[in-house]
Design a protein around this ligand. Sequence first.
Ligand code: F6P
Length: 524
Amino acid sequence: MPLKNINPTRTESWKKLQLHFEQIKDVTMKSLFQKDNTRKEKFTLSFDEFTLNYSKNRITEKTLSHLLNLASETELQDAIEKYFNGDKINETENRAVLHTALRNQNNNEIKVDGFDVMPEIKQTLLKIKSFSEAVISGSFKGYSNKKITDIVNIGIGGSDLGPKMVVESLQFYKNHLNTHFVSNIDGDHVSEILKNLNPETTLFIIVSKTFTTQETLTNAETIKKWFLKSATKNDIKHNFVAVSTNLSKVKEFGVAEENIFTMWNWVGGRYSLWSAVGLSISLAIGFKNFNDFLKGAFEMDNHFRKTPFEKNIPVVLALLSIWYNNFFNSESEVVIPYTQYLEKLAPFLQQLSMESNGKSVDRNGNKINYQTGNIIWGNTGTNVQHAFMQLVHQGTKLIPVDFIGFKQSLYGNEDHHKKLMANFYAQAEALYAGKTEEEVHLDMKFKGDTNKINQLLPFKVFEGNKPSNTILIKKLSPKNLGALIAIYEHKTFVQGVIWNINSFDQFGVELGKELANKMISTIS
Ligand code: F6P
């Protein structure tokens, strides 16, 4: 069954939110904290090793209650069940949306067109396991019978961003294999990667759901030519594997049948890292860690599916995001992890959220007259404090922030970690509290800068009242990373349901592709 078509702006709760917004838009969070000393506990949620503190948002219990009613009026629970059950909720492509099945660790059936997809998923997982173990142990060898030392993932978009982000984020858990990613059609990208590689000891994974993507096929052909300078066509089966739904095209390329990992059209590219698209992850950190990563996502799936909305982390994050996007008209959201490992989280989330929810027609195909997809951006703390945070603190735009921090560092350097976490908390506090004229005045006086007060005072004032969520996680483990990604996947889903759009197609990427193909002949 498709999702229901409910225009959110016609619901009672939307109208109430509009009225409520007028009452609350100038209220300061400081005054809300002063009135209620239980606010922090009230607006804190926990899940396993995660704590979400969303008390530093411009909301009251009333706001939350209207937002929760909006979720009910747009029939979110019904949508969640259809999402997990394999209903064809991607209507424009007539497809189910079942990335959650890829990490399902229950023994239940999940049917698409009457067929249980779980046996095939389990089979593919076994294949990922045995293949990863063979490559890591060295029993799988390249064409000249040498052990594999390097892995190159050739893919773009969802066939690149997810695996690349996870491999980099979990490098602490990495084995001896060197992992590289080629995505851009820029020939310099592939050349830079190939220049240090030995064809005898490199395994190439061509990842393309469709196996028609210009960038991936061009890079794969270039790499094949380079490989064939030292090897024969017959050797391709030793050093090339592929992940795709398009088996005939993969075979045409020359990949041996036993080296093909299947995926399914009910997995969207940007949601596919849980499938064999994540083969490079399993190779880099071993299957056990890959399985823990799946487990973390599975546990978050259960939380999302079964927890009442007011205690449901992805639902609350999505509702807050809608509150700012549709009522405060804030256009973007910034995600700042306080760990260098998550440097590639923002580009991954950009595809996840913006390719999913960057839509301007609703599920009926009608033009929408309200805002949808947010602009997502970010980078790691503390680096961003010396870069774009100026704009978030003192610029003219309201930009809600997600701060992501970890209680423990992986190498246990306490001195660094204390300083890192002090910055993590300080940023949220500074955005929330700001610094008033009186405070600046006093501060300057105290520092002996009295003569500069008249000149500098306005520049040193921080308005404050800038919203942020803090997501505090025990430690960056494969399991917790899986859960974190699943939070953002489900947040994206909830937003799409409420905005009444199809989050699972991406026709917006097609026109540029078509024009580029036409323009090739005009470029001299
Ligand atoms: O250009 C958009 C897109 O279709 C993404 O959604 C997808 O992740 C990417 O291209 C790569 O597609 P494929 O895996 O089919 O090569």
